[in-house]
Design a protein around this ligand. Structure first.
Ligand code: ADP
Ligand code: MG
Length: 740
């Protein structure tokens, strides 16, 4: 079968900030043939459409327009847009309020001015009426536009309901009520726009971290070029104190670079020739020459921003429930209003007016605005805040699941340890030979390095470092004869050296897979393992020639990270590793972990992770797996939440993980758990408040006790409360995690 193409389209939608609108926009976009899925966010104003390659932006724009919203095809400038919307709303709200105040004043004077000349009170009363109508018109200006657009496309939105209620009040002769309703509504919309703008701003500024121009050396001359024109391979000169314009490798100069904008680490990192640097980070006191390794739109920072935007579109579990609820809530309440307003008086033979009034109040209660906003504001705020600290959370679902973490499983190498083992012992088996020559320690290392030449495993790096070979061309010897490099994941590596297959790997590779006993050497290895070292054996399919032991140091912050995870409410910490049990136990004991599963193969590691996750499910808690995101990718995928460390620079980890820590700082895991918990708490509070107030308003309206303006105030007030509560997540939470 032909694979379906998947293309993405990012659009900005104007005026989509009553969140029920987002649902309509999505429905509109989905109605276009060729569209596979559409997700819209009322909070960010973004619409992402996934389609099969046949859809043009204009088609989507037309379909969305039919639902009453305008789509902008250009990439948006969220900051500016928020500003305009806010200013317009503020103007209308203030105007409406001023006329409303004047109207009440005129009415009061008309009533209180006892010695007025004849005729004046009625003039004043008429003036008050005119002022009320003016206030109504200003307050209702935006509402009316959207209501008309919706009616034109034969749909009913909340704005239609508000207009109907206001017109109803006018028809009943209650001008102040109509004006008050629309004034409050305008105030609410203004506050909403302000809240939404604040949330958007939390993110928008990330990309501004990259300078607009860069100093480049081309053909011996230095010239300033726009960053967008930089190409891979350009040599960029970064002066002291400047921001880096590209991702690249330092070729000259020494400096310290503050990487906080990308990784969240507070401490500047020393950089010299050969080191990687990232766009958006800040150079310290030295000048650097950097060769660009990424196109400007493909830098780590750009990817992070893109992924965060995408994450914000991905809906949290709560939000889906709320969306479903909203879809039937509104029609039901509107139906109820019709029954109360028209059917009840007719059936019971009561006077019409009071019941119509009750019905109008019900119409206003029918908007699920606060409820629909309760989740996304919290999610967007939390994700934006985390991104600024170098923690990339891929969506509301990941955030919530992080907040429900019960067990955290940690990989050993590169996660709890620095992942840079150093060779400590080399033992040659008595009488061992290679290519007819007796082996000594240095030729055993040479053989092992030749086998590991192409391996990315930290142990392979340690062996290569210690062997200190040049390149196959310059070095001659065993390395020059090495061919057919092959990784055996979770076990070791294999290559053909001097015409024969050699292996480097764990004991199990030799004893079970190759059927070669390790004998006396194995016992030496065991005693080294009890010292906390990792031992690999070197040999061929008939004999073991020697062993190499390497020690890895614990991360300095590992202990503190464990303590913070416990404080964040994680019940159990489990070490999962492919390394041998003795070594693993040393690490687990040193850190006081609860459990330790060692000697795992990649397959069994996945099995362990699945079993741990399954055991937690009945309690409604989740399993978080922390690893490096490259070697551990399958285990991370098997966990409820996979957290990849040190993701800056490794695209694979960045894309695959549910939560990516841009730095190597293990304490960020605890930060993410705590943020998740706070977000879940805020969402619960929001939903409770929104539902509680709606229920109370419904009860009052049915009893005929709810004034129209009270209905609007309840709705607007809750919406504002919910936004403010969500924005609390933008605040720093306690003393930092070591990352500012
Ligand atoms: P961890 O869970 O500690 O990250 P891995 O799954 O990466 O461990 O590897 C498990 C074990 O397999 C290592 O401890 C090592 O003994 C062996 N191993 C894996 N790859 C290699 C390699 N390239 N060279 C030598 N040994 C290896
Ligand atoms: Mg590993």
């Amino acid at each position: 079968m032909l694979a379906r193409r998947r293309c993405e389209l990012d659009l900005a939608v104007e005026g989509m900030d009553c969140p029920a609108c987002a649902l309509k926009v999505e429905a509109g976009a989905r109605s276009v043939t060729g569209v596979i899925s559409a997700e819209a966010s009322a909070v960010t104003g973004a619409l992402r459409v996934v389609h099969d390659g046949t859809v043009r932006p204009e088609d989507v724009a037309a379909a969305v327009k039919a639902r009453g919203y305008r789509v902008r095809l250009l990439r948006r400038d969220p900051e500016r847009e928020g500003e305009d919307v806010l200013r317009r709303r503020l103007g209308l709200a203030v105007g409406s309020g001023a006329f409303l105040a004047a109207a009440f004043l005129a009415r009061w004077v008309a009533a209180a001015w006892t010695g007025a000349p004849p005729g004046w009170p009625s003039v004043l009363t008429r003036l008050a009426a005119a002022l009320f109508l003016l206030s109504t018109a200003l307050g209702g200006r935006l509402v009316a536009v959207r209501a008309l657009e919706a009616l034109r496309s034969r749909t009913v939105n909340f704005e239609v309901l508000v207009i109907v209620a206001a017109l109803g009040a006018i028809a009943l002769g209650d001008l102040p009520e109509a004006a008050l309703v629309l004034f409050l509504f305008a105030v609410g919309e203004t506050l909403e726009a302000a809240g939404v703008r604040r949330t958007r701003r939390a993110l928008g500024s990330l990309l501004d971290l990259v300078p607009r121009t860069a100093l480049v050396r081309r053909e011996g001359r230095e010239l300033e070029v726009p960053v967008a024109e930089l190409r891979v391979g350009d040599t960029v000169i970064v002066r002291p104190g400047e921001r880096l314009p590209v991702d690249g490798e330092v070729v000259a100069g020494l400096s310290h670079v503050n990487q906080a904008p990308v990784t969240g680490e507070a401490m500047p990192v020393a950089k010299g020739p050969g080191d990687r640097v990232f766009a958006g980070t800040v150079n310290g006191a030295g000048a650097l020459e950097v060769v660009s390794t990424r196109d400007p739109e493909d830098t780590t920072l750009a990817r992070v921003v893109h992924l965060v935007e995408e994450a914000q579109l991905r809906k949290a579990r709560h939000q889906r429930q709320v969306d479903r609820f909203a879809a039937w809530y509104t029609p039901v309440v509107v139906g109820l209003a019709v029954v109360v307003g028209l059917v009840t008086p007719a059936v019971l033979g009561r006077p019409l007016i009071p019941y119509v009034y009750r019905a109008l109040a019900l119409l206003l209660v029918a908007c699920p605005c606060a409820l629909v906003l309760s989740t996304p504001v919290a999610v967007v705020a939390a994700i934006g805040q985390a991104a600024r600290r170098g923690v990339l959370v891929k969506g509301g679902q990941a955030l919530e699941a992080m907040g429900r973490a019960g067990v955290v499983a940690l990989d050993k190498t590169g996660t709890l340890t620095v992942g840079r083992p150093e060779v400590s012992d080399v033992v040659v088996a008595p009488g061992a030979q290679v290519a007819g020559r007796p082996l000594d320690e240095s030729s055993l290392l040479e053989l092992a390095a030749a086998v590991e030449w192409r391996s990315e495993h930290p142990l392979a790096e340690a062996i290569r470092r210690r062997a200190a070979l040049g390149s196959p061309e310059t070095d001659g010897g065993l390395l020059a004869t090495a061919r057919n490099f092959e990784a055996i994941p979770g076990r070791g590596a294999k290559a053909r050296v001097a015409g024969r297959n050699y292996y480097v790997g764990r004991r199990l590779l030799f004893e079970s897979d190759l059927g070669v006993p390790t004998g006396e050497l194995g016992r030496v290895g065991e005693s080294l393992e009890r010292e906390g070292k990792t031992v690999v054996y070197v040999g061929c399919h008939s004999e073991v020639l020697g062993l190499i032991a390497a020690g890895d140091t614990l991360r300095p912050e590992a202990e503190e990270a464990v303590a913070r995870l416990r404080r964040a409410g994680v019940d159990r910490l489990v070490l999962l590793t492919g390394d041998n049990p003795a070594t693993a136990r040393v690490v687990a004991e040193r850190l006081g972990l609860d459990d330790c599963r060692a000697g795992l193969l990649p397959e069994t590691k996945v099995g362990e992770v699945e079993a741990l996750a399954a055991a937690l499910r009945p309690e409604g808690r989740t399993l978080v797996m922390v690893g490096d995101g490259v070697n551990d990718a399958p285990a991370l995928a098997a966990a409820d939440i996979g957290v990849a460390m040190g993701a800056a620079g490794t695209d694979q980890a960045l894309e695959a993980a549910d939560v990516a820590l841009m730095s190597d700082d293990l304490r960020q895991v605890a930060y993410a758990v705590r943020l998740g918990r706070r977000a879940v708490a805020v969402i619960r509070q929001n939903v409770a408040v929104a539902v509680g107030i709606k229920v109370a308003a419904l009860a009052l309206a049915s009893a005929g006790l709810l004034q129209l303006w009270m209905a609007v105030l309840a709705d607007t007030g809750t919406t504002v409360l919910v936004i403010l509560n969500g924005l609390r997540l933008l605040r720093e939470d306690g003393p930092g995690t070591g990352a500012a």
